[in-house]
Write a protein that binds this ligand. Structure first.
Ligand code: FRU
Length: 502
């Protein structure tokens, strides 16, 4: 695969030890003519519950088959659309298409038919969607426009539009809107509106070159290059840069722009991670403030390729991420589906020690499935939330445990001001891939107080730990024989059941 050769060359040049693009070689891509079903299979089978071992009960998963990055997230007329990298034909990476699910509350999802399958330009890689309220592209008022990377001989940016509320897409006849025959990695278009300059901005990631390019357009069809963002901080320049997002958020009396970049394999515990830069965007270029980079959106092992919904009411910034890591995603013991999304998260900027940090909290819509708070864990079931305080001035340890004696240990390290999750063989199944077991997954407290309230979300195969303000977050997969069902080592734990979204 030419893509791989370019990657190997880049790895040699940069001295990178491992090539992150191995993931694209997990499964050979069949020729175009064999790979475009006339009637893309509708993956949902109408099941109202799913009960396989490890099947998430409160996180989005497809009924069957492989998923990776969330794509094309857009809110239209009361419906949240979630598209995603999807293999309609199997449970490993390949045949990249956009699967599709919809929700009216960000919590319960209905799987829809596959929205886009491989075409003459290649596989349908990641991208974004917007609503063309003013019909500047000419496909109709309020048409949904999807921008994605067609990955064939080269990676090129293409446009498709939907006039049936996001169910089906027609390819724009002028594709590719941004052709490319030079760059090896050039992908994952995220399109956002910049009101001051009255134009659409597209952020694109350049993989191993550690660059984000910004392009601009007023008609969504003709794009011109505006600028390139890079950093001289080499601690940020590891792995491939992928899946950018550019958002503006209130901060103090004004606002700041945040550039989000997924990085693989350069994450906080190796493999996949999502870093961010805070600064300004003036309609042409992004300038990062001077902060202690890299800053990670999530210090856990399993939150990747997250981007925000477009066209959100009240300018909310809501993100969902792929809850997995390219280091072992092909081997996680899930069947007939593989991978879930994280819980949807609200993004805000919070001031800690005089500087802004990007914070993530679980969206308030989760209340829809939450039971009453209780001091007891009796009958807590497979999915639940717990809240409790931890003292940040002394060392301690707490555990999430199940009745098989399996546990995930978490250390509060007051001296280092870090929370450390230990994902070893005590947590459950870890042997499927030797990169899964991680004895120290640590996050700075990112908090200047002496005490911190933790919010812990447990599902059958994941634990998401956050503080109340969202400045500290650790999302990790685990594969215990049964869900953890109690927390030991801390006092005054409040539990509440989260009912299944199936
Ligand atoms: C990120 C990514 C994207 C690409 C997609 C392919 O996980 O590598 O850069 O578009 O996955 O499935």
């Amino acid at each position: 695969m030419k893509f791989i050769n370019i990657c190997l060359l880049a790895a040699l040049v940069t001295g990178a030890a491992a090539c992150g693009d191995d993931k694209f070689d997990l499964q050979p891509t069949p020729p175009v003519e064999n790979d475009t079903p006339d009637n893309p299979e509708t993956p949902g089978d109408g099941a109202t519950s799913r009960n396989e071992q490890y099947r998430p009960q409160i996180h989005f998963t497809p009924a069957k088959n492989w998923i990776n990055d969330p794509n094309g997230m857009v809110y239209v007329d009361g419906v949240y659309h979630l598209y995603y990298q999807y293999n309609p034909q199997g449970n490993s990476w390949g045949n990249m298409s956009w699967g599709h699910a919809t929700s009216t509350d960000l919590v319960h999802w209905t799987e829809q038919g596959v929205a886009m399958v491989r075409n003459e330009w290649g596989d349908i890689f990641s991208g974004s969607a917007i609503v063309d309220k003013d019909n500047v592209a000419g496909f109709g008022k309020n048409a949904i426009l999807a921008f994605y990377t067609a990955s064939g001989e080269h990676q090129q940016q293409c446009l498709a539009y939907s006039t049936d509320g996001g169910a089906t897409y027609t390819q724009y006849e002028g594709n590719p809107v941004i052709p490319n025959s030079v760059l090896g990695d050039f992908r994952d278009p995220k399109v956002v509106w910049h009101k001051e300059s009255n134009k659409w901005i597209m952020a694109l990631a350049l993989g191993w070159s550690h660059q984000i390019e910004f392009w601009g357009s007023t008609d969504l069809k003709n794009w011109s290059r505006l600028s390139t963002f890079t950093t001289t901080n080499d601690r940020c320049n590891i792995g491939q840069w992928e899946c950018p997002d550019l958002i503006r958020l209130p901060y103090k009396d004004g606002e700041k722009w945040v550039l989000i970049v997924s990085n693989n394999p350069g994450g906080p515990v190796g493999g996949s991670g999502t870093e961010y830069f805070i600064g300004d965007f003036d309609g042409e270029s992004f300038t990062a403030m001077d902060l202690d980079y890299p800053l990670w959106l999530d210090y856990g092992a399993d939150n990747y390729a997250g981007v925000t919904w477009s066209n959100m009411p009240d300018s909310r910034a809501v993100m969902i991420g792929w809850m997995n890591n390219w280091n072992y995603s092909g081997d996680v013991p899930c069947n007939p589906w593989r991978s879930a999304m994280t819980l949807p998260r609200e993004l805000t900027l919070q001031e800690v020690n005089g500087s802004p940090l990007l914070a993530t909290t679980v969206v308030k819509e989760m209340e829809a499935i939450a039971g009453e708070w209780n001091v007891s864990n009796d009958g807590i079931g497979d999915a639940w939330e717990a809240r409790f305080n931890i003292d940040l001035t002394t060392n301690s340890v707490f555990r999430l445990e199940n009745s098989y004696g399996q546990y995930m240990e978490v250390e509060v390290n007051a001296a280092a001001r870090k929370l450390i999750v230990k994902r070893t063989s005590t947590t459950g199944e870890t042997r499927f891939n030797n990169m899964f077991s991680l004895p120290s997954i640590s996050s700075p407290f990112n908090c200047d107080d002496k005490e911190m309230e933790l919010h812990v979300f447990v599902d059958r195969s994941s634990v998401e730990i956050m503080n109340a303000t969202g400045t500290m977050c650790l999302t990790n997969l685990v594969f215990p024989r049964e869900s953890y069902n109690r927390i030991s080592g801390v006092e005054d734990v409040s539990y509440r059941k989260l009912s299944s979204i199936w």
